[in-house]
Design a protein around this ligand. Sequence first.
Ligand SMILES: Cc1ncc(COP(=O)(O)O)c(C=O)c1O
Length: 325
Amino acid sequence: MHGGTDGGPKPRYDFSSNANALGPNPEILAQVARADLGSYPDPSYRALRGHLAEWHEVGAERVVVGAGGSELIHRLVRVFGGPVLALEPTFGEYALAARVASVAYIGASSRREFLAYLPRAAVAFLAQPNNPTGELYDATFLEEAVRLARIHGARLVLDLAYAPLAEVDAPIPTSACLLYVPNKAHGLTGIRAAYLIAASPLTAGYVAAAAPSWVVGGTGVAFLRSHMNQNARDWLLQTKPKLLFWRRVLAYELSKRGYEVREGAANFLMARLGRGAYAELRRAGIKVRWLVDKGLIEWSRLSAQPPRALAAFLNEVDFVRYHRV
Ligand SMILES: Cc1ncc(COP(=O)(O)O)c(C=O)c1O
């Protein structure tokens, strides 16, 4: 289960997707509109990888492009096998990738358990900040994870999908594999493109070799190229304080009404709206991400949304509460 489209009528207000609610980034859209769609992209993405490498100050042989974060997650698991380790509750694609590849999945329930299982894992994922909790992992924990992964030959992947929208700079150990998924921060989740900076050229080589030819199209190439532009970055920096303010207001309004709220550092939060909330809100044209698939049957994840959406959501919440009394 994901946020966003679900096959039902288009919601009036969508709190279920974590994409930047102020997007799409107009600076990037303009570049993407100019993409050459009349020919194949370079199959090795040499120029793009060169630009990404320069921007991140790493060698281009460590950069792998993919058709979105999910595609790279599945590819990593297909290439390196299992067991796959993650720290629950977290992004469901890690477990799904293990299931699709018919390898074991270990969902650790604490940081201590994650570190204890790490020596047995082939691939271990940590989302920084985590989805759905918004939690940021501290440098001490991450360094210990990197150390154990190195000793035992596990590939530790730090999924940075929401790092550009985090309230504070996320600690990022550069010796892990880093998964960059910029489509959320720029509100462009319809563009299926992301990239991995592997911990070594050898790891990158294996992952790159497992891709179908031309795995990213011209729009994806233009997107990954232009998300590094200063204008695109400026837009992101301008939108971020608004999103974080909207999340805080959402947390405040829900807490005031007696709902338990779990707030992290990201542009979304978790709230204990109860098990019936998803259906009730959906009927009213408001979509939240029910966390039932993570065993959190009472909980929903909600992204930061503009005042009009927030007012409609709170209105509906109050209406339902009033009628329950
Ligand atoms: C933590 C995390 N990583 C990766 C992804 C996948 O990104 P993409 O849309 O590029 O497949 C998501 C999507 O929700 C996510 O939440």
